[in-house]
Design a protein around this ligand. Structure first.
Ligand SMILES: [Zn+2]
Length: 407
């Protein structure tokens, strides 16, 4: 049922996409907006937000007069929020990037694709050739068997027998860094969503992961690590990765270590939930049983991590393909159900995720001087997080990508 409702929302959203021109001076003034800025619980009521040159120029409470030559958008008392950040997605096509943006995501951390496509998508967005979210690319996985990813660079042929030794690991990191990625993605365990794999089986040791972290650090690049088992999470945290992706079976001791070292956790709960569904991305009875086993564990560990002060951020772990349903709104709705305050949940996809991605001076909040990454929803998400599933307007870097506000 949940999935059905979600698809209806997507259908409602697509046909109405409009791109608006800016005013003569390039300024846009949002008026009569209830602003949730990402920092405070209470909205700034009946506010005006002026955007100029892609940046937030002015925020004023009360019905202020918009600059004369601006394009005025009357938000009619709806809620203006920071654009959402998805810290774990797999964008591999032009359509996926557009769909992510249209669902309210203005920044994405790519958690690997099978090629270097995400670096090209990132450049297309930067050059204005594609309406998509800002992308932090990680491209191909550091993993023992490159699989199809070997086709993405002829230099990878030398690694066709596998990536295990220190020299092989270093070489793979160097080739990936050559493509100008923002993050390196590796794994400690096999995957949950593949029938033949066992998410508890270790694929790299702490020493191997440490080599990856050290090689990436030479260029100042952080490492994100897919890990499910306690042993895998522990190895990755001790190796010095910046984020744990999933963390399904992590122990309290290792969560305490994450808290101490500042390692953050991207649990991707909604994708794990998708495993249990008879439709969606994973449609197999064995994977459904696996999901039923994993979901309560990841839920418990999100609660523990939150209680212990580990920084938990939202990642949908989706490719934003038309058949995929996991979304950030769902992740935040679950975070609230698991004990986060609504503001904490929203921050897991705005201010906190910006901090974790090193973007806090660029995006993630409604603040003068930040990029104009904004969305409008019909209800206050701090009262009803589900409102995030029906995004009425999306602006990224000052450009309006979607506007379904009725005049
Ligand atoms: Zn993933």
């Amino acid at each position: 049922m949940k999935l059905f409702i979600f698809r209806v929302f997507l259908l409602l959203l697509w046909p109405c996409t409009i791109v608006l021109a800016q005013g003569p001076s390039g300024k846009i003034a949002f008026v009569h907006a209830n602003v949730i800025d990402g920092h405070q619980e209470d909205p700034i009521e009946d506010a005006m937000v002026v955007v100029s040159g892609g940046m937030i120029e002015r925020i004023e409470a009360g019905s202020a007069n918009p600059p004369e030559d601006s394009l005025v958008i009357d938000v009619q008392g709806r809620y203006l929020l920071p654009g959402l950040i998805d810290s774990h997605a797999h964008l591999g096509s032009l359509a996926d990037a557009r769909r992510a943006l249209e669902s309210g995501i203005t920044t994405v951390r790519s958690a690997s694709v099978n090629s270097f496509k995400d670096t090209v998508l990132r450049e297309m967005v930067r050059q204005g050739a594609l309406a998509g979210p800002d992308i932090l690319a990680s491209s191909i996985f550091i993993q023992p068997d490159l699989g199809e990813a070997i086709l993405s660079d002829t230099r990878l042929i030398e690694l066709h027998e596998g990536v295990h030794s220190p020299a092989e690991l270093r070489r793979l990191v160097q080739i990936i860094l050559d493509h100008g990625v923002d993050w390196i993605k590796t794994r400690a365990n096999e995957r949950a969503g593949i029938l033949e794999q066992n998410p508890r089986r270790l694929v790299y040791t702490r020493e191997q992961l440490k080599i990856v972290v050290e090689e990436a650090a030479k260029k100042g690049i952080p490492v994100m690590c897919h890990a499910h088992s306690e042993e895998g999470v522990r190895a990755a945290v001790e190796a010095g990765v910046r984020s744990i992706e999933h963390g399904t079976f992590v122990s309290e001791q290792t969560l305490a270590l994450m808290k101490k070292k500042g390692t953050f956790m991207v649990p991707t709960y909604s994708e794990m939930f998708d495993l249990t569904q008879p439709s969606g991305e994973y449609n197999h009875p064995v994977l459904q049983i696996r999901g039923l086993h994993m979901v309560p564990r990841v839920a418990r560990n999100i609660q523990r991590a939150h209680r212990m002060g580990v920084r938990v951020v939202a990642g949908g772990d989706t490719g934003y393909e038309s058949s995929e349903v996991a979304r950030i709104g769902m992740e935040l709705t679950e975070f609230v159900r698991l004990g986060f305050s609504p503001l904490e949940a929203l921050q897991a996809a705005t201010t906190l995720s910006a901090e974790v991605l090193g973007l806090e001076n660029k995006t993630g909040a409604i603040r003068v001087g930040l990029e104009a990454d904004l969305i409008v929803v019909g209800e206050n998400p701090l009262e009803n997080m589900w409102a995030l599933h029906d995004v009425l307007l999306v602006m990224s870097n000052g450009q309006i990508a979607v506007n379904n506000l009725r005049p």
